[in-house]
Design a protein. Structure first.
Length: 246
């Protein structure tokens, strides 16, 4: 089999070759693309995530300009493929034997530019990328960027800020997760509530449950119902009931 030239056009052709109109209808409903919904106007062609990942794996050498072209596509699966490829390139540039900090910095800059121009604009796109690009980049750096994103009006920039802390949680550090959670306590948008509660739950699961309960002792009454439900999901039933009652 002839290896395809790594271009955005060839990635798109490969995605369209496996697209399903029936799946496109399902995905547009699932990702809330109707008027007034969080994904309003997003376009799906009907490619399932495993197929998208498989195609992306075959284009690991895709140049950054071509990744940008995918991220600027109107089609959701194109943008997802671009982010999966960017993840892989960032991971490779972060390994000891292929470490390239200049390349990592450029990828972070391009990712943030895409976020800010509204191309990382659904929860799956944020969740597949933020913890794999921004999180690892900031592990050993000041984290002012995340507070800048959290103070933006954009739902997606705020979710990027929260999900980036998953990388910190996995390394045993809950401090930034708690600081951002306090900043976003009053944001009652469903996708922020879910992200906030999810990250808090992961602190209890992966770092220390006592840190989670200490945070809840201070803030359970201030959290929205959705965030509180997610955050307490893995607590003992009596403890879960105690916090949810607040």
């Amino acid at each position: 089999m002839t290896e395809l030239t790594p271009t955005a056009t060839n990635v798109q052709a490969a995605l369209r070759a496996v697209a399903s109109p029936a799946d496109a209808i399902h995905l547009q409903r699932f990702f809330k693309t109707g008027p007034g919904e969080y994904g309003e106007g997003d376009v799906f062609i009907g490619v399932r995530v495993p197929a998208t990942r498989g195609i992306a794996k075959g284009f690991a050498a895709l140049p950054l300009d071509e990744i940008d072209a995918l991220l600027d596509s109107a089609v959701h699966e194109d943008r997802l493929a671009g982010l999966v490829i960017l993840n892989a390139r960032f991971a490779k540039a972060s390994k000891p034997n292929t470490f390239d900090d200049a390349a990592r910095a450029e990828m972070v800059d391009r990712y943030l530019a895409a976020v800010r121009r509204g191309r990382v604009n659904n929860w799956d796109l944020v969740d597949v990328s933020a913890e794999n690009i921004i999180g690892p980049w900031l592990l050993d750096k000041p984290r002012d960027l995340l507070f800048e994103l959290a103070r933006a009006d954009s739902l997606w920039e705020r979710r990027v800020a929260l999900l980036s802390t998953f990388a910190f949680i996995k390394s045993g550090d809950a401090t930034t997760t708690f600081e951002l959670s306090e900043l976003l306590l009053d944001d009652r948008r469903d996708l922020i509530q879910k992200a906030l509660g999810w990250m808090l739950r992961e602190v209890g699961k992966r770092v220390d449950q006592r840190l989670l309960t200490g945070f809840l002792d201070k803030h359970a009454a201030d959290l929205g119902r959705t965030a509180l439900s997610y955050a307490t999901e893995h607590l003992a039933p009596e403890l879960r009931a105690y916090y949810r009652a607040q």
